[in-house]
Design a protein around this ligand. Structure first.
Ligand SMILES: Nc1nc2c(ncn2[C@@H]2O[C@H](COP(=O)(O)OP(=O)(O)OP(=O)(O)O)[C@@H](O)[C@H]2O)c(=O)[nH]1
Ligand SMILES: [Mg+2]
Length: 457
């Protein structure tokens, strides 16, 4: 890739705003800055990390495009590690477009998505996991997801990967020393080192953060199901505080999927209200019920709603029995007299099934229900990894492969195979870790990763 040319892009979102930022990075950044910017004060020393006020001009000063503040960050003390110029202009897309066109006229090239981050990576300002953290922070949908991204950007994941690397390198050094200095050795001749077991534990702990971190970043999908008229739409409306779904006492009111977002304990939760499950009365209801089953399969948590004021029926039993997901039984309409005991459904549930009594109409038990929804998904994964959490599928797969390699190395040592086998597996384990930080990575994968970033980052 060309690192010599000077790239530019609008770094702020498209649309109208008070301020818009245009970025330049590359060897010509300052030279182009001098051509496009006319400082308000004659003396403009272009000191690094200082703001200068003036006009953005075109065609050698014939036209003023905008009044702006411009800053210059001298290499290597900039985001990309190159000379960087930032123009803070007015946030009108027409103004920004005119400035961008002028910059291109003066010799800049329009940056590709993620190209600023890619240059930061190539210039060793950040490693690959930090560049990915930036992208995930920008896309984060909850404050906790932002915090996870920030910790990764600050190097929490890099540090933990380095800790594991050090352990593996130490283990490898011991094995290689044995290979170098002894003839006809078997692995049983290698002094046992705790490093492999420690590395295994740390890899497992890091992997265990994936599901909770994923919940914080991507959120939870919660489907509300049950037979008609149990109060599913009432529950959706009560949880969101909005009247999004139609509620009537006619069974079969909801046909389509109705979705709405809420945040619980900082986690984005996508709630999905569905058609009541029963023998469909017409083709529309049949379609609606088919959609329910499809969505149930992809849900993180399913709320099975039952009506506590009416006897349990065949449909209720069918909904409970057909659900394989993480289910939460909510017995609704507790404001009315109860007609059945929870023991009635005990035979249909697993021992750890969670049951809660609520009234969607009067809001009873809803806070507890919300907390149960997220707690059930988070509780299993609270491990200490020095603040490092993995949210990215690519990282997860690389860690899994590394863990497999370490297990294979351990296995060949336990079974007394030649130490070359263990050494080979440990080197593979290290290579897989290096894919996460980008220390060793295939160019094509690298291009793909940066291409998924937004323009201007
Ligand atoms: N007393 C009482 N009535 C409720 C409660 N929740 C819902 N209802 C009533 O039950 C009826 C059905 O409510 P819906 O929310 O439309 O039920 P649904 O499960 O979405 O029904 P379908 O869309 O037909 O599947 C309405 O008359 C609601 O007012 C509750 O907690 N207490
Ligand atoms: Mg409904």
């Amino acid at each position: 890739m060309l690192l010599q040319d000077t790239i530019t892009a609008i770094a702020t979102p498209f649309g109208t705003a008070g301020v818009g930022i245009i970025r330049l990075s590359g060897t010509q950044a300052l030279e182009i800055g001098r051509l496009i910017f006319q400082p308000a004060h004659k003396n403009c020393p272009w000191e690094s990390h200082h703001l200068y006020h003036g006009d953005i001009i075109s065609a050698g000063g014939k036209t003023i495009l905008d009044e702006a503040l411009v800053s210059f960050m001298k290499s290597p003390h900039s985001f990309t590690g190159e000379d960087v110029l930032e123009i803070n202009c007015h946030g009108n897309p027409l103004i920004m477009k005119a400035i961008l066109e002028e910059l291109i006229e003066l010799g800049c090239r329009l940056a590709r998505p993620g190209e600023f981050s890619q240059r930061a990576f190539f210039n060793n300002r950040i490693d690959l996991s930090q560049a990915e953290a930036l992208a995930s922070m920008i896309a984060a949908k909850s404050t906790k997801a932002c915090a996870i991204g920030l910790a990764q950007l600050k190097g929490a994941l890099t540090k933990e990967i380095d800790n594991i690397r050090t352990l593996l390198i130490e283990a490898l050094a011991i094995i290689e020393a044995t290979i170098d200095f002894t003839d006809d050795v078997t692995t049983s001749d290698i002094p046992q080192s705790p490093q492999i077991d420690l590395a295994t534990l740390r890899l497992q702990s890091l992997l265990a953060t994936y599901s909770s971190a994923k919940i914080y970043t991507e959120g939870l999908s919660v489907v509300i199901t049950g037979k008609p008229n149990v109060g599913k739409s009432s529950l959706l409306n009560a949880l969101t505080g909005r009247k999004k779904a139609i509620v009537t006492d006619i069974p079969g009111t909801t046909r389509d999927l109705i979705t709405d977002m809420i945040t619980i304990q900082g986690i984005p939760v996508n709630l999905i209200d569905t058609a009541g499950i029963r023998e469909p009365k017409d083709a529309i209801e049949k379609e609606g019920i088919a959609l329910v089953w499809e969505n149930l399969a992809n849900a993180d948590v399913v709320i099975i709603l039952l009506d506590g004021s009416k006897p349990i029926t065949f449909e209720d039993r069918e909904v409970i029995q057909k659900n394989k997901n993480d289910i939460l039984i909510a017995i609704n309409k507790t404001d009315l007299p109860h007609t059945w005991e929870t023991g009635t459904i005990a035979g249909l549930l697993t021992q750890d099934a969670k049951i809660i009594h609520i009234s969607a109409k009067f809001g009873t038990g809803l806070e507890e229900l919300k907390n149960m929804l997220v707690d059930s998904c988070l509780s299993e994964n609270r491990t200490d990894t020095g603040g490092a959490m993995i949210t990215n599928m690519r990282h997860k797969m690389a860690l899994e492969k590394s863990l497999e390699n370490v297990a294979a190395a351990k296995n060949s040592m336990v079974t007394g195979l030649s130490p070359e086998f263990a050494a080979f597996d440990l080197r593979e384990a290290l290579d897989n870790l290096d894919e996460i930080t980008g220390r060793k990575i295939n160019d094509e994968i690298l291009e793909k990763i940066f291409a998924s970033f937004c323009i201007g980052k």
